[in-house]
Structure formats: structure tokens, C-alpha cells
Design a protein around this ligand. Structure first.
Ligand SMILES: [Zn+2]
Length: 134
């Protein structure tokens, strides 16, 4: 059973609300993609349980993200552990998470700063104008 909008989440029927169902759909789309096995390279990896993935070709079982075998955060931490350089990579991790979390909030903050700068300039020019008049 599938519909135009809800697709695989149509199985829930009229329950749980649209917003939650669209979020589930977003995750299920990623989950159902074929993932390549880290051992044999065949796209036969399936999610077995939360964070556990199994290759259907060679039978390799490995840990990963809750819904996807490899996440952005997980890959950065993997790099940190393999290179044994924790501090520089930690900065990168913080930057990456901030970008994903506050990516939309950064622009208005900058705009605000520019606006305040403009106001200051206007104020300064106004005072200068007064000074020139006096
Ligand atoms: Zn495999």
C-alpha cells in the first residue's frame, strides 16, 4: 500500500500525523538504499537492528549509525581514532555539527551585525553632520 505523498509510511494509515510520517519517510528512504559492504564491496548491506548492519553476501556484521551504516559524525570520529589526532579533528567535528544545526541561523545573525554596523555609521554621520553645522 502506498500513496503519492506518504509512500512507505502509508502503512500507518490515518495515525500519528503528517509531520512525524514525513520524518520517518526521510529516514526510510536512506535506510532502503543499497549500501556497499566494507569487507567484500558488494551492495548487499542491510540493517539488522538499531546500529547493527549485516552483509547478505559475505555475512559480515558491523556497527554503524542508527539507521545508516555510516554517518558524518561517525566518519569524523573514525578518522580521529585512526590518526590519533583528537584536538584538530574535534574542532572540525564541532564546526560540522554547528553548520548542520545552526546553518540557517547564521545568516540572520550576520545580517543583524551588519544592520547594527549600519546604524552606528548612520549615528556617527549624523553627529558629524551636527558638528559641521555647529
Ligand atoms: Zn560483504
Amino acid at each position: 500500500m502506498s500513496t503519492k505523498k506518504l509512500k512507505s509510511t502509508a502503512r500507518f494509515g490515518a495515525r500519528y500525523g503528517t509531520k512525524i510520517k514525513t520524518r520517518v519517510l526521510e529516514i526510510e528512504k536512506k535506510q532502503k538504499q543499497p549500501f556497499n559492504c566494507p569487507k567484500c564491496g558488494f551492495p548487499k548491506v542491510k540493517r539488522k537492528s538499531r546500529g547493527i548492519f549485516r552483509c547478505r553476501k559475505c555475512g559480515a556484521v558491523f556497527a554503524g549509525g542508527a539507521y545508516v551504516p555510516e554517518t558524518l559524525t561517525g566518519s569524523i570520529i573514525k578518522k580521529m581514532v585512526s590518526q590519533k589526532t583528537f584536538v584538530p579533528a574535534l574542532k572540525e567535528l564541532i564546526e560540522a555539527t554547528e553548520k548542520t544545526k545552526h546553518g540557517l541561523e547564521e545568516i540572520p545573525a550576520k545580517a543583524r551585525q551588519e544592520k547594527t554596523a549600519e546604524k552606528r555609521q548612520k549615528h556617527d554621520s549624523g553627529s558629524k553632520g551636527k558638528e559641521s553645522v555647529v
